[in-house]
Design a protein around this ligand. Structure first.
Ligand SMILES: N=CN[C@@H](CCC(=O)O)C(=O)O
Ligand SMILES: [Zn+2]
Length: 421
């Protein structure tokens, strides 16, 4: 199959200047509108970007050639929803749930998110990095080249700043692009018990301005839920983000219908995430606004939720579907984006194509990133090379390690990477 001829026609070989690196004998899944398969292909890089792709016989000259031996190449994977920077774990709560407690019970008793807040506040920056790095490395070994990292386990200005700085440091010391999200409105910290509106004042008037001024925030999120923040409180956070010119997203309709998806859509939200209790009005609002539905099957699986997101309604409305790990210690201790794809297919009947679009083109859109997520001339050269028979294998196999190599901004690496510093 060769659906990618058009891409070759728009190739820019830069006149006589040779490209930096040419991958040959490769099978491309461009993920531009579908799998976008090109057999017996080549792809050329220049200056960290894709310069050209198309049939191997038409390839431009390059300084260095890399024969891929018939391997598949996709865009580097994008994990667009994680809480991967945190200290400690919550296997004790998981055990309590297996003995009959519910996630909401545990949260109301001061456990849940707040137990990770205690551990995260107590950890030094270096300790936070030390505990978080292995989780990030597990994702990188699976071809992830861009990662969203939320704050939300600090819940005080300095601790939220520390989380976001550690997230930025991960992007500095590891070969991954990090997009940071301020999630100060994740839970009510103990210092503000019984004073949720005052805490929202703190988030909007003190924390967000300081963190945005420090350049630590790429987007703003909140947890709109019975055990999180109300519709009105969430709206205040989204207003504050708008004042700072920052894009918004939302944890919406995970455990109940709070109208969060429609709310974030009103603000032109990048994404609404979870969505098990999403209403028809929420679907329509997301479709109108172009808000991506970020599906988090790891949390659904780990909490043994009973209700799945309304996927057929989302498909009918043309809402783009993304898939992410939601890596966090409470509801989704998951460090495999390939397993998230498999869960989405197995539990919810996503097709393997939907799952792969959900971790490439649609995940990039959920981060507001038009420069990654597909193989097209001009896009950043973030690529993954795979030992697979066909693209559906990425969602099919459980526990396989099919990633042969990755390219980050034009630099070719093996998937097993070490901390640079
Ligand atoms: N829902 C809220 N936040 C996380 C859970 C965080 C936690 O339990 O630590 C989530 O996305 O599932
Ligand atoms: Zn989350």
């Amino acid at each position: 199959m060769n659906e990618g001829g058009a891409a070759a026609a728009v190739a820019d070989t830069g006149g006589a200047a040779p490209c930096d690196l040419l991958f040959t004998n490769v099978r491309l899944a461009t993920m531009a509108g579908g799998y976008g398969e090109i057999d017996d292909a080549a792809l050329a890089l220049r200056g960290g970007r894709i310069a050209w792709l198309g049939a191997r016989r038409d390839a431009p000259r390059a300084c260095v050639e890399h024969d891929c031996g018939g391997a598949w190449m996709t865009p580097g994977l994008v994990d667009c929803h994680t809480h991967i920077v945190h200290a400690g774990n919550r296997s004790d709560e998981w055990e309590a749930r297996l003995n009959g407690a519910t996630y909401e019970d545990i949260a109301r008793r001061g456990g849940g998110i707040l137990s990770t807040v205690r551990a995260t506040r107590a950890a030094s920056d270096d300790e936070l990095l030390r505990q978080s790095a292995p989780r990030v490395l597990a994702l990188l070994a699976e071809g992830v080249t861009t990662l969203e990292i939320k704050s939300g386990y600090g819940l005080a200005l300095e601790d939220e700043a520390r989380m976001l700085r550690v997230a930025r440091r991960i992007g500095d010391v590891l070969p991954v692009q990090v997009c940071t999200t301020f999630l100060g409105a994740h839970a009510l910290p103990p210092e503000f018990a019984g004073r949720a509106d005052d805490y929202i004042d703190e988030v909007c008037e003190r924390m967000l301005p300081a963190l945005a001024a420090a350049g630590l925030v790429d987007a703003v999120d909140a947890f709109c839920e019975r055990i999180g923040f109300s519709h009105a409180q969430t709206a205040r956070v989204l207003d504050a983000a708008r004042c700072h010119g920052l894009p918004v997203k939302l944890h919406a309709e995970q455990l109940s219908d709070q109208g969060g998806a429609a709310l974030v859509a009103q603000y032109g939200g990048l994404s609404a995430d979870h969505l098990e209790y999403l209403s028809p009005e929420g679907v329509a609002a997301m479709a109108r606004a172009g808000t991506v539905a970020v599906l988090l099957p790891g949390a659904y699986y780990f909490l043994r939720e009973q209700r799945m997101p309304p996927l057929d309604a989302l498909r009918r409305a043309g809402v783009p579907l993304a898939v992410a790990t939601d890596c966090n210690p409470g509801t989704s201790p998951l460090t495999s984006l390939l397993l998230a794809m498999n869960l989405a297919c197995t539990l919810w009947r996503l097709t393997p194509l939907e799952a792969l679009l959900g971790c490439t083109a649609h995940a990039a859109r959920a981060l507001g990133r038009s420069d990654i997520g597909t193989l097209e001339p001009g896009k950043r050269a973030d690529l993954a090379l795979w030992d697979i028979a066909r693209p559906a294998d990425l969602a099919y196999a459980i526990g396989a390690r099919p990633c042969r190599a990755v390219v980050n901004g034009g630099v070719l690496r093996l998937p097993q990477v070490e901390l640079a510093a």
